[in-house]
Write a protein that binds this ligand. Structure first.
Ligand code: COA
Length: 347
């Protein structure tokens, strides 16, 4: 059995003392699902509107195409994922206690995207709110849900990562426009009796001093009275700094999460990393001295979909039979904040 404790600004797990032991219950990923918009924009489409090329984009990032929303907003993609999760699992919407949507591209400041999803699904017994941790958002969302489940407050949870990043992109800026895409993915979690613990490691870390390295949707601090509202700013990123950050901090995050329950990296079956750049994933695999085959990559099809990238990848791997019950998964996110986060789960 495991207990989550707070240590400084980082979260970790330590063994629960013997006297506190109760019959073992832990969280189970009951279902996965994902949904992406129909419209596909490939690298050649982009090279017709900006000074770039398929060759440059593929060689630097591994991206071939991305799905870009025409009319659907973030809550629409999340609701479709939520609907699929319910259909595939046979769960009723009223059974849900919690709906979390991890997103950096919400429909609005208020209501939260999760509240819109809760309304659309008619999940009237679920409390719903958003988690904002950019590309680490899905792992942060799983962390919040797992903690609410460990106290007994929540038994059944829906955690979705959903993004319409295309609305935050300056389509004249080739340094960011080629990288991102839209989509959503999610899971249903349930607290169930288990033979062995399923939550095996959790590490979150925030680097606020690096917040300027990656930003989107900044608002003006000046009083707008009596001027009209100003537009949000598009994506701005120091690509090289974020690359360096990711290749150093992601291995560190995975190592710290696995150390909490003395797991060796060889015991982890699949590493589901945030799909920001195939080169970053290859570099992380190399630093961890783990075979690249344990790091599925689908960035060629979707680009970087921020909080949605890991649940889309998880769903694809489950659907293809690449992830089976009992497998140990390390989900690791990194990005805006800057943030990192790793959760290790037995599927
Ligand atoms: N097409 C063609 N040329 C481009 C281009 C594009 N889309 N974007 C940039 N370039 C040019 C640059 O202007 C530069 O030209 P110069 O040498 O004449 O100045 C050259 O390509 C190299 O640019 P640079 O930024 O050094 O490339 P890079 O190898 O660092 O690759 C990234 C850029 C963004 C792909 C890479 O830094 C990266 O992946 N960073 C991490 C970003 C990320 O994943 N962010 C999300 C985290 S959640």
């Amino acid at each position: 059995e495991i207990l989550i404790g707070l240590v400084g600004s980082e979260m970790c797990i330590r063994d629960r003392p013997e006297r506190m032991r109760k019959p073992l219950e832990d969280l189970k990923i009951v279902q996965t699902a994902s949904w992406v918009p129909d419209q596909v924009i490939d690298n050649d489409d982009l090279s017709r509107i900006m000074d770039t090329s398929d060759d440059w984009i593929q060689s630097r990032t591994g991206i071939k195409r991305r799905h870009i929303s025409k009319h659907e907003n973030t809550a629409d993609l999340a609701s479709k994922t939520g609907q699929l999760l319910l259909e595939k699992s046979g769960w009723q919407a009223e059974e849900l206690d919690l709906i979390l949507v991890a997103t950096m591209s919400p429909d609005a400041y208020t209501p939260s995207t999760a509240a819109i999803v809760q309304g659309k699904l008619q999940a009237k017994n679920a409390v719903a709110f958003d988690v904002s941790a950019a590309c680490s958002g899905f792992v942060y969302g799983l962390a919040v849900a797992s903690q609410m489940m460990s106290t007994g407050m929540v038994k059944k949870a829906m955690v979705i990562g959903s993004e319409v990043l295309s609305k935050l992109i300056d389509w004249h800026d080739r340094t960011t426009a080629v990288l991102f895409g839209d989509g959503a993915g999610g899971v249903l979690l349930e607290k169930v009796p288990v033979k062995a613990p399923t939550l095996l490691g959790l590490q979150l870390k925030t680097f606020g001093e690096l917040s300027n390295e990656l930003s989107a949707g900044m608002t003006s601090s000046g009083n707008t009275f009596p001027k009209p509202l100003t537009e949000l700013t598009p994506f701005k990123m120091n690509g090289r700094a974020v690359y360096r950050f990711a290749t150093h901090e992601v291995p560190e995050s995975i190592l710290q999460a696995s150390a909490q329950n003395k797991l060796t990296l060889d015991q982890i079956d699949v590493f589901l990393l945030h799909q920001a750049n195939a080169r970053i994933i290859k570099q992380v695999a190399k630093r961890l001295k783990q075979p690249l085959e344990k790091f599925p990559i689908n960035i060629a099809e979707y680009g970087n979909t921020s909080a949605a990238s890991e649940p889309i990848l998880l769903d694809e791997c489950v659907e293809k039979g690449m992830i089976k019950r009992g497998d140990i998964l390390a989900l690791s996110g990194f990005g805006g904040g800057l943030t990192t986060g790793t959760i290790i789960l037995r599927y």
